[in-house]
Ligand binder design. Structure first.
Ligand SMILES: [Zn+2]
Length: 238
């Protein structure tokens, strides 16, 4: 094969990689084909709303095509999926009555991954989602508002209490955010699980006198699954 042929082959391959649907590889001009888009949008929750104890706004439930899309974004080297997901989250958030009640525009801060893990993956999905969320919602972004200073890998093996302790000093507030602490913060994560991570992030921000208006996430577990998980973790701590 001549050099020209190799080049055109790699060009073709690039075209395929760039234009194929991230989930099913079907040819499409965007990140997702229409079929996959529809499947994901079916996972949009009808109960997307702020919830106590931590004000949470989740776009959908963690299952089906949405779960697959998030897993593909995180583990399958498909950072471009952050764009449609970030935009859909922003759109739903802008339409929410809760958002309209905020007195001022919050600064968006992604819940960061541990640096070593980010280096391994090549990107931080929450940071990318936050970038596209802000782009669509017209909100300021503090990419490094929080820094994760400790790896909190084996979270799922811990009891609920141990998990909170494990996370208690997992973050520090970035220098830039410390300088601009007048603005309230809206946290962003890909998936909200038990809330321990978000609470830990909220605590450190409060410690620096930074107001947190809530957390937005692409998905949260279906209620039943979360209750089961909490039940499991609390009984294993006995
Ligand atoms: Zn597809």
């Amino acid at each position: 094969m001549g050099e020209g042929q190799v080049q055109s082959l790699s060009g073709l391959l690039n075209l395929f990689l760039e234009l194929g649907c991230s989930l099913c590889q079907r040819s499409t001009p965007g990140e997702l084909c229409q079929g996959c888009q529809r499947q994901i949008q079916r996972c949009q929750g009808s109960d997307a709303q702020w919830q106590e104890p931590l004000p949470l706004f989740a776009w959908g439930v963690y299952g089906g095509a949405l779960k697959r899309a998030i897993a593909t974004l995180k583990y399958d080297n498909q950072p471009r999926l952050a764009r449609p997901l970030g935009h859909w989250l922003a759109q739903a958030w802008l339409e929410s009555s809760q958002q309209k009640m905020l007195r001022q525009k919050p600064t968006v801060v992604p819940i960061p991954m541990y640096a070593a893990k980010k280096q391994q993956r090549g990107y931080d999905q929450a940071e990318l989602l936050a970038k596209h969320f802000c782009e669509f919602a017209g909100l300021p972004l503090q990419r490094r508002g929080l820094e994760r200073i400790r790896s909190t890998e084996a979270q799922f093996t811990l009891s609920a209490t141990a998990r909170e302790e494990n996370l208690s000093d997992a973050f520090r507030v970035g220098k830039e955010l410390q300088r601009h602490r007048s603005s309230a913060v809206l946290l962003l994560d890909d998936v909200y699980t038990t809330g321990a991570t978000a609470r830990s992030a909220m605590q450190i921000l409060h410690h620096h006198a930074i107001e947190v208006v809530g957390l937005v996430a692409i998905a949260k577990p279906i209620m039943e699954a979360r209750n089961k998980l909490e039940h499991k973790t609390s009984s294993s701590s006995l």
